[in-house]
Design a protein around this ligand. Structure first.
Ligand code: GCB
Length: 577
């Protein structure tokens, strides 16, 4: 059958068996390459798969070229030899994908065989997961072919610092294919003016009177991006080779005190949301109109941040965050780690590998201000202490410039991972999963939650999830659960405490969730999770207007010196694309 890419395959047909399919699916197509690519031995042809969920094996003309575990991070294969060996300019690419989750995958899952013949047919099994979103599968992001010269710029690492009004841009460049090369770097401002130059594979550029990268609504000129142009010249086997790459660079600093999160030395508050990559029909497939709509809604809300719950999002999303000044907590797919087996060495080793791939992919985005290595693990289990210490130490070694956290729902006095995080991120669903229907207990319980955590750890705290389900259009006053009124009233109770604690050590609030999203079927889910403040089709519920009023007000109160953002302009519109 024809299958669009990018897209999840699950919702593409009327076939329930395909929707809930577990096992191998096979993607295959022919591709035609320009003759230039196939005839020039100085060209390196690369096949890049941006996301294949979950386990993928790739063949070119039937020859195995790559294998990758993990559904949210890219991988690539150098296929030059295969496509340059004959006169053919077309070739066949085959990608087999298996969406089975085990105790050692991220996220973990388990296949349970039901072997009671009086209740289940022979060989019957189900995929169990401990996370609350549908395990969509397929080629979720683009598969691209691109070229480089045979000696090429393989990677760049940029870190930034600020000394008085001088911006410091530290760079390190990795070249593959030759030992003998010459590198020139050049930093340009947004007007294209060169502001600093350097040579060699590492160094520091100094930018006097640097324009810093500031979050949306925190400054009159947010999200300032310089461009780092890297040019390489080398002597290849067949003569001189050159390669160049341009990387957007935001100059900013991030640091954490015992009660504050500082960006460029100033306290930053996460007025934000949690999201999912999720929508009708396409499932987790990347979709530009959807992404654009979401960013416009974020700005309409006055939200300045989100967490990539519960896995790394598409690179295009991170690029837009850089451009708009939307701050990110970048989360790994370590969601639902709940059984002791998922804390063993095999799982830990894979988790370290995922952090390595994620940091390598996302390290240069100024929008990313913190790594989250997991969401709601069973962090009271004995092995959790060693597991999180190792994972967090490793992530800090990979990137010494950003704080690291994981998001917890364990009690403050039982959490064995919390000692190792820089910021306490805590989820709670007061008056939803406990004391349901009793909004009157939220204030006292939330106050207790914050005080317990702060008095134990003296670290800043983010309320990293809170919320309630609301079926859009369902009204009930006085508020009852699942009505729009109840969702709104619950948020208002949280806000009363958050307003107080923001003055002390609470540094952020991330609503669960930005939009309704698909989950497994269960007696507590009505075609998915309905805790969105927008519907799955991105229409606002009453709570969205409440949040919008709150986030714009908080931004105006906290950062009053910024020039007023006019969200709507009259007159003609200019579109860039
Ligand atoms: C949580 C999870 C999130 C769920 C949410 C809920 O704590 O982190 O993935 O969707 O609760 O709605 O139950």
């Amino acid at each position: 059958m024809d299958m669009p890419v990018p897209s999840s395959f699950n919702d593409m047909t009327q076939d329930e068996q395909l929707r809930s399919f577990i096992g191998w699916v096979w993607y295959e197509r022919e591709a035609v390459l320009p003759q230039r690519w196939t005839q020039d031995p100085g060209t390196r042809v690369v096949l890049r798969v941006n996301s294949a969920h979950y386990y993928a094996i790739v063949w070119v003309n039937g020859i195995h070229v790559a294998e990758h575990e993990g559904g949210h991070l890219p991988f690539e294969a150098d296929i030059s030899k295969l496509v340059q060996s004959g006169p053919l300019s077309s070739f066949r690419v085959t990608i087999a994908i298996n969406n089975t989750l085990t105790l050692h995958t991220l996220p973990p899952g388990a296949i349970t065989y039901k072997d009671d013949p009086s209740r289940y047919p022979k060989g019957y099994f189900v995929q169990d997961t401990k996370f609350d979103f549908f395990n969509y599968a397929g080629l979720h992001r683009s598969v691209v072919l691109h070229t480089t010269p045979t000696t090429y710029i393989d990677d760049i690492t940029v870190t930034t610092d600020v000394d008085q009004d001088i911006g410091l841009v530290n760079y390190q460049i990795f070249v593959q294919g030759s030992e003998h090369f010459h590198l020139e770097v050049c930093l340009l401002d947004e007007d294209g003016k060169v502001v600093a130059k350097g040579t060699g594979n590492q160094g520091q550029l100094q930018v006097p009177n640097a324009q810093l990268w500031w979050p949306f609504l925190m400054h009159e000129r947010p999200a300032y991006l310089y461009s780092l142009e890297v040019r390489m010249n080398a002597q290849g086997t067949d003569g001189p080779v050159s390669d160049w790459y341009t990387l957007p660079v935001g100059i900013r600093t991030v640091s954490v005190t015992d009660s504050k999160f500082l960006i460029n030395g100033k306290p930053f508050f996460f007025n934000g949301v949690n999201k999912h990559e999720d929508a009708d029909i396409r499932g987790k497939g990347f979709d530009w109109p959807l992404v654009m709509k979401d960013f416009n809604l974020l700005r309409w809300l006055g939200a300045n941040s989100f967490r990539t719950s519960h896995y790394p999002y598409a690179e295009e999303v991170l690029q837009l965050c850089d451009r708009y000044g939307i701050v990110l907590i970048d989360e790994s797919p370590g969601v639902g780690i709940s059984l002791p087996q998922s804390f063993d060495n095999q799982s830990l080793e894979h988790h370290l590998q995922v952090m390595e791939e994620m940091v390598r992919r996302d390290k240069n985005h100024p929008a990313v201000v913190m790594w989250s290595v997991a969401n709601e693990p069973a962090s009271a289990l004995k092995p959790a202490g060693y597991y999180f210490k190792t994972l967090i130490d490793y992530t800090k070694a990979l990137d010494p410039t950003r704080p690291v956290t994981f998001v917890t729902h364990t009690r403050y006095d039982a959490d064995l991972g919390a000692p190792y995080v820089d910021v306490i991120c805590v989820n709670s669903y007061l008056s939803w999963y406990n004391d349901f229907g009793h909004l009157e207990v939220i204030q006292i319980q939330l106050e207790t939650q914050f005080e317990n955590w702060y008095n134990t750890y003296h670290k800043p705290i983010i309320q990293s999830e809170y919320g309630a389900e609301a079926i859009t259009g369902l009204h009930q006053d006085p508020p009852l659960m699942f009505s729009e009124e109840y969702q709104k009233a619950l948020l208002e109770q949280y806000h009363l405490v958050l307003d107080q604690k923001r003055k002390e050590y609470v540094i952020g609030e991330l609503i669960w969730n930005f939009a309704d999203f698909m989950t497994n079927q269960s007696p507590t889910r009505v075609i998915g999770n309905k805790k969105g403040i927008f519907t799955r089709q991105r229409q606002p519920k009453s709570s969205a207007f409440l949040l919008r009023e709150r986030y714009w007000r908080l931004a105006n109160e906290t950062w009053p010196h910024r020039s007023r953002e006019t969200p709507w302009h009259l007159g003609s519109r200019r579109f860039t694309f």
